[in-house]
Structures are given as C-alpha cells and as structure tokens.
Design a protein around this ligand. Sequence first.
Ligand code: FCB
Length: 453
Amino acid sequence: MSFRKDFVWGEATSAYQIEGGCYNTGKGLDIWDVFCKEKGKVYEGHTGDIACDHYHRFKEDVALMKELGIKAYRFSINWARVFPNGTGEVNQEGLKFYHDLVDELCNAGIEPFITLYHWELPYEIYKKGGWLNREIVEWFSDYAKFIVEEFSDKVTKYFTLNEPQCFVGLGFLNGVHAPGIKLPIRDTFLMAHNALMSHGMAVKKMREAAKQDIQIGIAPTGTMSYPDSDKKEDIEAARIHLMSANEDLYNWTWNVTWWSDPIFFGEYPKEAVELYKDYLPEITKEDMELISQPIDFYGQNIYNGHRVKMGENGKPEVVKRYDGFPKTALGWPVTPECLYWGPYFLYERYKKPIYITENGLSCHDTISLDGKVHDPNRIDFVSRYLSQLKKASEDGVDIRGYFHWSLLDNFEWNSGYADRFGMIYVDYPTQKRIIKDSGYWYKKVIEENGENL
Ligand code: FCB
C-alpha cells in the first residue's frame, strides 16, 4: 500500500498569520498584536492587523481550497477572538466567524481540523503570568471545552497545542517571537510543564464535553534526524540523536521526548531529567497522570533534519552539510529524508497514527509577466518530501494525512510578509489570490492519491 485510500490531503494555516480583522471585531489583544507594535521586533514593522484579510475573505479562500481538491483544512482558533479576556465573556462576532468558516468548509466537503493554540495567547492571560501561572491549566482547558461544546457536532478532529517547542523557546527563551522576552531557564521549564498540563486537562474536559466521538492530538515540532547510510549503527545513531535531550540549555526546548514522553508514557525522559534537574519545577505523580491522558494521534510538524552517523566513540555524530547544500528562501536545509525517518522513529516509539501537521517551504515567489506564479522549487521540494513519506507508509508507518504549510502566503511571524509559504500567492496590496503552479500540481497529487509521485 502506498498512501491509505482515505489519506487526508490537507493544507494548514493559523489564525494570526492569515485572519487580520484585529479591530472593530470584538477581538481581544493577543501577545502578537502587542509584540508586532514594538519597534524592531518584526521585519519592517509588519503586523497581522490585516494579514490575508481571511476574516472577511474566508468564503473565497474555502472556494479556492475546493478548487484544489483539498480534503482537509487545519486552522487555528484565536483564543482572544473568542474570549477577549481569555476567560469570561464570549465575543459573539468572533465565535460566529468560526462557525461560518466551519460551515463553509463542511458544505465544500472539506474536513476541518481545529488547532486550539497556535500561539495566540490572550494578552489578559499573559498579564496574569500566562504559561507561568498554573491557573492557565484551568483557563486553557475551559476555553478548549467551550470550543468542543460549540463545534463537536460538526468537527471531530482537534489539536491542542501547536509547537510548544517554539512558543516557549522562541517566545520566552531567546525572545525572537512574542512576547519577546528572555526568561531564566528555570521559568521556561515551569512553563513547559504548565503547557503540558494544560494539554492534559484540555483533553479530559474536551472528551467530557464532546457531542460525539472526537479525536484529539497535539502538533509538536522538532528537527528530525536521519541516518547517513543503511548501516544498522547509523540508523541507531539517528534514532538516539532524535530522542536525546539537547545539552545546550538555551536551546533545550528543541527536543522531542521532553514533550512527547510525558504525554504517551506518563514520565519525562530519565536522561533529560538528570541533565536538567537543577532547573525543574516540582513535578507530582498527579501532574503526570493529567498530562498522560490518552490521545488519538500524533501530529508532527516536520521541515528538516540532521544527517547522523555513528561516531567512532560510539556516539551519534551530525554529518556536516556540504558547501552549497540546498536550502529554502528562509535558509532552511532541504532534507527530504526527514519525512521518512521522522515518522518512522516517532511511530516506532509512540505507536500512534501520525499526521504530518505541517511541511513546506518559503520561496521567493513573484507574479511573472504572464500573470501566473511559477514555483518549481516548491513542486520539487514537496514532491521529494512526499515521496519519502509515501515510502514510510509503504514500510508500515501508520500515516493518516499530510497538511502542507501553507494554503496562502501569510504573516511569517518575525519575518513578517518577507517569506512566502503558500500554494496560493497573496498580492497584499490588492489581496488578490493567485493559485501557484504548485497548487495545480498538488491538486493532481491529491486526485491520484500520490500515485504519481
Ligand atoms: C512553523 C509554525 C507555522 C509557520 C511555519 C513556517 O514553525 O508552526 O506557524 O510559521 O513554521
């Protein structure tokens, strides 16, 4: 079997990156609204105030998805759009927007996959300590429960957190992302623990609130590792490398097992606990029980990986990339093997069905003289990556779906609009959408369920 017959071919986005509609819509501030207004934080002072204006143009965007034959759409709900203060009063206009979007998707035959937290922390929650305050476990899970009460008659697939590695590491350790501060390492471990407990409590309350069976996962990220050769010892080296703790404390969040072992095994990885022990908060048995609520699938955002071989000292060794190694416009290495070995190792360890919740690249796309957007690099990249994923599926990894990042060009966080990740080009001055060559190519891939790869 190559891809399953019911393989989920999708596109992904997130609320702040595409919606706009930040004013006069009843939306509360989130940390990105505030961060973007601080001088020097985001490329050329760009903000998500208007973004792709998806808030007003979602019907057109859903129609485009339908044209591309997309089966599923992963998007996030902006917590502060629904609860302007994070808790308490609901912004009816914001809630209606998500209902309208979901209805539009369902009518178009596109399955919605909702992400509850793609980094839009309500500013009011941030002011109360945000992820540092243990009360967030209640705040977040109440929000999650509310969303499930509202949507579970129509939506059955949910992700709790998107890339905790990023929102803790980039937001609070090196300060490149909102809220743009550098906290002591100790605090970031407390945040991580609170985030995992928020996930667990959310899973619990979501299941209780659901109107029908729902499936819940999480969407972490990480740089994958893949072996330098087919030799057993290189495969073992890549496996160890992927699952090890990062010894660089200022980059500790870039780690698979710290986040996923607690969820699936109910404990933090021992080797990492030993390494980080001076920085850890109090962790109780009850906390771990909460974190390890059973979930239904493993989402993983995968963009690239390290080539790894077994070193002469019997330890994994990262192989240096050769000069001129292929890279994307954002400078990320092009390493298709990570879409074979990443899912392979993750499935081997966690034994859960896998969705690739994000994968894609930024290109320097422009509108050509013929009025079209030609993006051969994207076709080449996605084609190489998907071929690897197909091979993993053929080798028995339970892969349920693939969400390309992204449907539209959008606000790429601190890079603003400088990077274009979409299969649909957005001409920001006019908000005109143009399907790129890759979009038409992806349509064919979907039609043939990947047999043409
Ligand atoms: C991921 C984010 C997503 C997007 C892509 C390029 O880390 O989850 O929002 O920015 O990278």
